[in-house]
Design a protein around this ligand. Structure first.
Ligand SMILES: Cc1cc2nc3c(=O)[nH]c(=O)nc-3n(C[C@H](O)[C@H](O)[C@H](O)COP(=O)(O)OP(=O)(O)OC[C@H]3O[C@@H](n4cnc5c(N)ncnc54)[C@H](O)[C@@H]3O)c2cc1C
Length: 406
């Protein structure tokens, strides 16, 4: 269970070779935002043969939903990529994050958040019109929950509203910090349905929006500390008229549990990213410690350096084990939100600690952009904030374990 199978190793080699040829040479251009990640996302989808598999899987799901299949309604909308092995997706994210965690984030937000939300909760028409183009990267997706004054308390403090108007909803509100928003074609956004009832009784639902709808706009990409290869921005909705058919799921659905599922996917998806970040930081640090000499010997011979390497090794192995367990949970359908929150908190902190260790081992060179550990540390810090901060994930873990209502 804790080793990659032969098939998984082969897939890892294919992805690594793609990353070395296609991603590594443009990491600096992506980090300086001279190029966007999306063309490469498309090329990767083609190179790995993902597009055809995903399309066939989702078309089959849409057909089953058309035929009223109860089994399709209950299932999670998996696309068939990786032959049902969740480790395949984890390996892909891990390999991308070795070079460009932000690239992995943009890819994951489009496919794993926006696309997967539609594939899982959408009806046959929504799957054909939106999930397939997003998940095959013909279109770029964004998933908008956070608002300027609603972050950790995303549901309670939500101000975005959807007011029924004939056969449509009129949406107003602003989403912020949304990955891919500046360039996305398709948006899944959350809003409270306002039928005149008090604010705290308005149910939250998600809607599918498309660029070009009147009143829908996105801001310029924000300037950020890290994850610069992943554009982040605002979604502004000013009287956007959205057909009722663009409501994701039905008004009867428990959207909190659907959003929890999306958050659970996002939180679980960060662990493979951390695996990639720490694995590469560790490899670079081992190599540097053996090559760099001070006081007439390689710095690897100093115990202070050895302790840092040992610490990185422990973090790497723990994160790897967590990824294997999360994949096992996903495959066996085991739901354990406390474990997901705890592992998100652990892995994101591990990424920051390990990348800071890597910089320390590299000394002044570690602070220079030319050495990859500088970028990996800047990128790692986001993982402690996105998908719920470390504190929020720790608090959720404790409350779940204590049986306190969330
Ligand atoms: C680069 C980037 C990409 C992102 N991508 C997306 C995306 O694609 N879609 C999306 O919807 N969102 C996205 N986010 C938003 C992200 O999920 C939020 O930033 C995060 O949930 C924190 O919310 P906040 O920034 O409003 O912080 P706040 O909620 O204001 O928190 C500020 C501080 O207060 C603490 N705090 C808050 N409440 C409590 C409490 N009850 N107890 C203890 N401490 C508390 C927090 O831990 C934190 O330290 C992204 C963010 C970034 C930076």
């Amino acid at each position: 269970m804790f080793e990659l199978t032969e098939e998984q190793q082969m897939f890892q080699e294919v992805v690594r070779s793609f990353c070395e040829k296609e991603l590594a040479p443009v990491v600096e251009d992506l980090d300086e935002a001279r190029i966007l990640p999306y063309d490469l996302c498309r090329r990767m989808t083609d190179a790995l043969g993902m597009g055809d598999i995903v399309r066939a899987g989702l078309e089959a799901r849409a057909d089953k939903l058309d035929n009223g299949s109860k089994e399709a309604k209950k299932s999670t909308g998996r696309t068939g990529f990786g032959g049902g092995d969740p480790m395949i997706g984890s390996i892909l994210v891990k390999e991308l994050a070795r070079y460009a965690p932000g690239f992995a984030m943009s890819w994951g937000a489009s496919l794993g958040l926006c696309g997967a939300a539609i594939a899982t909760k959408g009806n046959a028409e929504q799957i054909r019109n939106y999930a397939i183009p997003v998940m095959t990267f013909e279109k770029i997706g964004a998933w908008g929950l956070t608002e300027p004054s609603a972050g950790s308390d995303a549901f309670g403090s939500m101000k975005s509203v959807a007011r029924p108007s004939g056969d449509d909803f009129i949406l107003n509100g602003t989403k912020t910090f949304i990955t891919n928003a500046p360039h996305a074609d398709v948006f899944v956004v959350y809003a409270k349905i306002d039928r005149g009832q008090p604010k705290d009784e308005q149910p939250v639902h998600s809607f599918i929006l498309e660029r070009g709808m009147e009143g829908l706009s996105t801001g310029k990409p924000f300037k950020k500390m890290g994850m610069k290869d992943s554009p982040t921005g605002e979604i502004v909705m000013e009287d956007v008229r959205v057909p009722k058919d663009n409501l994701l799921g039905t008004e009867k659905d428990n959207i909190r549990s659907a959003a929890k599922e999306s958050l659970g996917n996002e939180r679980s998806g960060l662990a493979p990213m951390v695996w990639g970040i720490i694995e590469r930081s560790y490899e670079l640090s081992l190599q540097y410690a053996k090559e760099r000499e001070q006081f007439g010997k390689p710095i690897a011979e100093f115990q202070a350096i050895q302790l840092k390497l040992a610490n990185m090794f422990i973090l790497l192995e723990n994160v790897k084990n967590i990824v294997f367990r999360l994949a096992w949970m996903s495959k066996s359908g085991k739901k354990d939100f406390a474990f997901i929150c705890a592992s998100k908190a652990y892995c994101s902190q591990a990424a920051v600690v390990a990348t800071l260790d890597a910089i320390a081992i590299h000394g002044g060179y570690g602070y220079m952009q030319e050495y990859s550990v500088e970028k990996l540390m800047r990128d790692a810090k986001l993982l402690e904030i996105g998908a719920g901060t470390t504190d929020i994930n720790l608090l959720q873990t404790a409350r779940l374990e204590l049986g306190i209502k969330q």
